[in-house]
Design a protein around this ligand. Structure first.
Ligand SMILES: [Zn+2]
Length: 273
């Protein structure tokens, strides 16, 4: 599932082709990925609009139009965005195509159609983004802010890290990796994380997210960059997907459990306390 580094990579890849372009035409081929708007209304209300900016918020690609509205795309499990010179044809997973004034085309494809596409007014976007937690790579995101995000509630630290209202953009892969790097047992209650541990976790989490962006994200299965390639960070994973293999730090076998949050949790019983 695309998390912060993967969605950031997609946004950076498509941004130079989109900003300043005018939308000439939109076709919705599979309407079930649209939220709160029908396919014909979506097509009509985007035609003729100029794209002002492309960014990422949490795990969403955000396309800002020059009238302030936002097209918000959540690729979730199997969605991908691609800019191409020629229309993508003979691909039954294409769900939306956008024809641009530059002659290029933006395609959203989604194999299982678990993703979601919203068209939000400026006001609706403000409300939407206010419900999401802080961005881990923004300058104001300090160890103290991470500690605050983890405080309160009786939930496991891994689950707290992945709660988008507490912290934006972190999902299962990077929560597992950051907790391993910081030496913290993922099943521990978030509120038991000490100040020193929060500082270490902050340092590791930010470092991992930055390094993954440099390697254009992690491809375990479906994720593709905005240029259609696989990412390269999967070769750098220390615990995720490595059940029963030796821990790179202490040599104990990595354990896979679904007992923490029903998701796959990988950890080392030897060096995560
Ligand atoms: Zn270990």
């Amino acid at each position: 599932m695309p998390e912060l580094p993967e969605v950031e990579t997609i946004a950076r890849d498509i941004r130079p082709h989109l900003v300043g372009a005018v939308i000439r035409g939109v076709r919705v081929l599979k309407a079930d990925i649209l939220r709160g708007i029908g396919p014909r209304a979506f097509e009509r209300s985007l035609a003729g609009c100029r794209i002002a900016a492309v960014s990422r918020r949490a795990k969403h690609v955000v396309i800002r139009l020059d009238d302030g509205r936002r097209v918000v795309i959540q690729p979730r499990m199997t969605g991908s965005l691609l800019v191409s010179e020629a229309p993508v044809t003979a691909d039954r997973y294409v769900t939306i195509t956008v024809r641009l004034s530059t002659g290029r085309q933006l395609t959203y494809r989604d194999v299982r159609r678990l993703g979601a596409v919203h068209l939000l007014s400026a006001e609706a976007w403000t409300r939407y983004t206010a419900r999401l937690g802080p961005e881990p790579l923004e300058a104001g995101f300090t160890a103290a802010r991470l500690a605050a995000a983890l405080a309160g509630g009786r939930l496991a630290v891994k689950k707290a890290l992945m709660d988008q209202r507490r912290l934006a953009g972190v999902g299962n892969i990077y929560a597992n990796e950051a907790l391993w790097s910081a030496g913290i047992d993922p099943s521990r209650l978030a509120r038991t994380v000490t100040t020193a541990e929060a500082r270490r976790l902050h340092h590791e989490l930010v470092g991992i997210l930055r390094r993954s962006i440099r390697r254009r994200g992690t491809t375990v299965r479906d994720y593709r960059t905005g240029t259609g390639e696989a990412g390269a960070y999967q070769s750098r994973l220390n615990v995720y997907g490595r059940a029963h293999r030796p821990c790179p730090r202490c040599g104990r076998r990595i354990v896979l459990t679904h007992a923490v949050d029903a998701r796959a949790t990988y950890f080392c019983p030897g060096c995560q306390r």
